[in-house]
Design a protein around this ligand. Sequence first.
Ligand SMILES: C[S@@+](CC[C@H](N)C(=O)[O-])C[C@H]1O[C@@H](n2cnc3c(N)ncnc32)[C@H](O)[C@@H]1O
Length: 413
Amino acid sequence: MANFRRKTESRETRFYELRIEKMVQGGDGMARLPDGRICFVQGALPGELCKVLLTFSKKDFTRGKAIEIIEESPDRVKPFCPHYGKCGGCSLQHLDASRQIEYMERVERENFKRLAHTELPADFRIHFGKPWEYRNRARVVYCGDRGKGERGAFGFRGQESNDVVPFKKCPVLTPALNEFLNGAGRELCAANRDARELNIFDNGAGEVSYFYRGMPKSDFEKNAVSVVDICGKKIESDASVFFQSNLGLLPELVESVRKAVEAGIASGESSDEWLIDLFSGVGFFAALLQDKFKRVTTVEREDGCLKHAKVNLAGTANCENVSAPAEDWLANHVVDVPATLIVDPPRTGLPKEALEAIIASSVNRLIYVSCDPVTLARDYAKFAVAGFSLKQAEGFAFYPQTPHMEMMFVLSR
Ligand SMILES: C[S@@+](CC[C@H](N)C(=O)[O-])C[C@H]1O[C@@H](n2cnc3c(N)ncnc32)[C@H](O)[C@@H]1O
């Protein structure tokens, strides 16, 4: 059997000349092989004619890499970064930054139609900010002394392997982070054998905090903890836990969530009785919105977030900061008022039990913030079966030069 499979594979043509039909979720171009199978082509843009090397082949679909662009899209540009194609980040650098929003909107509309069997609202739009130097949070790997007089550099994991691709300056990181990596960060890692992988965070005011596994507690308090000013509110966090990574555009997301919260209360679909912030990190959304509510609950699984959530919500009347999985908290608490609910789960989307518990509760309206449009569409389809409909959808280009996007949905029933 193994021999037979190897034989048929070796007979398969590996190079094709393909016309790219469209861009799909993840940023690849989509084309069709002469036998009708779909081919997802890395590095190709809609409309282009490409010479494609097949890199993966299955009965129903294939993957390939554009190794020559025979007819170029007018939106193609020369990638700015010398590490494009090797480094695991920024795989959309071949697409003109000023056209990325338009392409992403098309991709998201189609993704949603395919996965949730319904259209995104006509007024769906994507907020955008700086295309470069926007990223205020990252995990980098120290490469050590590189010989030939070159000083130790930091890198990101590669596109096709776990190997580290070193860089001198990353064009999407904020200037403060690049400066840190070429100065204090390098000195730290050169002197400390424990510091191999660093989480780095720029608080937007020129202060960089960092974290590495095994960091001594005294050092943690001094160098990992940071305070960020968002929409006039000071939010405490640290470089070991989640925090949003595009501080420039974050106020627009906060503003959209705030308006959605106010509209929910004004319409009576939700109430000011109780704000529940699930997957709350350091209590981010609750800290910015707590003044409108009689009762506030934040729920977050990572223990390291709890102390910050307590600080960020200090002085809030009737407030509870819970350190637990959201699905467990929902299973053990009866939400029998039309509470205002914000969920902001990780890429994997809502755990099944959490989604079912929300449907079974008295919540009639929820604000779903997501960093993965695919799991968002999947979860939406389940909410729709339970009678929820999509009232509002907005996108946030938090990660220019990459195919990733942040979304905010308002659902109600
Ligand atoms: C996308 S982040 C959002 C955090 C926060 N809303 C913010 O904007 O800073 C998702 C958060 O969910 C947490 N998390 C992941 N799975 C969880 C679960 N099952 N229950 C509760 N929290 C979870 C992660 O630790 C992370 O802090």
